[in-house]
Design a protein around this ligand. Structure first.
Ligand code: LER
Ligand code: MN
Length: 267
């Protein structure tokens, strides 16, 4: 099992980016805790010195399995389903601007809240059409670079668009791109799925990336999810990807990161 953990390259309101703050300090800590990789949450690649980032990541012998993009929504309100066409275009251009970053690391680009939520005055079929259009264009732009996009079903309290694995699979059918798949997150699945393991089996080879947090969004082992069973179901799909920790830095980031490794390595 290849393990990574989320690190935000800049301060963010999102609370489950386990690490944030000085980049090199955090990369050193993450590597020394025994992680194989770091999932980078990047609001805008223009705000990051990419050469320096790549140098530091390699210096600490870490991989970057995925790049989170949700802060474009969280901090700036960019989304694929905004009624304003300029906002939709800016969201898509932002996602496309992650492609060269992803290509440096062969990372997956995560489509989380940048899909948006249903805004007043927009009906669901319209939002879905905009979403599908954006995902087709984004996937087509990423494809020549060998880069994949993964949409994350997110619980109902954060978005009204694509809450469940089944909705994610339906979207995949409609987008129709081989390099477009899903990111499953156990925290969201615990809220939305009737049977987490069955949903994992249903998604099968369409699972491109995997987030772990327990039921309370603390590190695995701190809540009531059965990670032995969940990881077993994931493994049984033939999943070769990463298991990425995305949980609250509680009681502190180091303890949470250490407990996550202890729980998952034991499985
Ligand atoms: C991001 O991966 C996530 O899980 C969401 O909760 C972001 O809001
Ligand atoms: Mn997640």
């Amino acid at each position: 099992m290849k393990l990574s953990i989320v690190l935000s390259t800049q301060p963010a309101q999102f609370q489950a980016a386990t690490f944030e703050g000085d980049l090199e300090t955090n990369l050193r800590r993450i590597a020394s805790l025994g992680y194989d990789g770091v999932e980078l949450a990047i609001r805008d690649p223009k705000l990051v010195d990419l050469d320096d980032l790549e140098r530091l990541v390699r210096k600490h012998s870490l991989n970057v399995p995925a790049i989170g993009t949700g802060q474009a929504w969280g901090e700036q309100g960019l989304s694929f389903t905004d009624p304003d066409p300029e906002v939709r275009r800016a969201a898509l251009e932002r996602i496309k601007s992650h492609i060269p970053v992803a290509a440096r690391f062969q990372a997956i680009i995560i489509i989380g809240l940048v899909r948006g939520i249903l805004k007043p005055g927009v009906d669901l079929p319209q939002a879905m059409d905009w979403l599908i259009e954006a995902l087709r264009e984004g996937s087509a732009a990423a494809r020549p670079h060998g880069i994949r996009l993964a949409l994350e079903p997110i619980n109902r309290y954060e978005t009204t668009l694509i809450n469940t694995a089944a909705q994610g699979l339906e979207l995949i059918e409609r987008v129709g791109a081989a390099n477009f798949g899903l990111l499953l997150d156990t925290f969201h699945m615990n809220i939305e799925e009737a049977d987490i393991e069955a949903s994992i089996r249903l998604c099968g080879e369409r699972i491109f990336h995997f987030h772990v947090a327990d039921s309370n969004r603390w590190y695995p082992g701190a809540g009531h999810l059965d990670f032995k069973s969940i990881i077993g179901a994931l493994d049984a799909t033939g999943y070769q990807g990463w298991v990425s920790g995305e949980f609250l830095p509680k009681p502190d980031a180091g303890t949470a990161a250490r407990q996550n490794i202890a729980c998952l390595r034991q499985i």
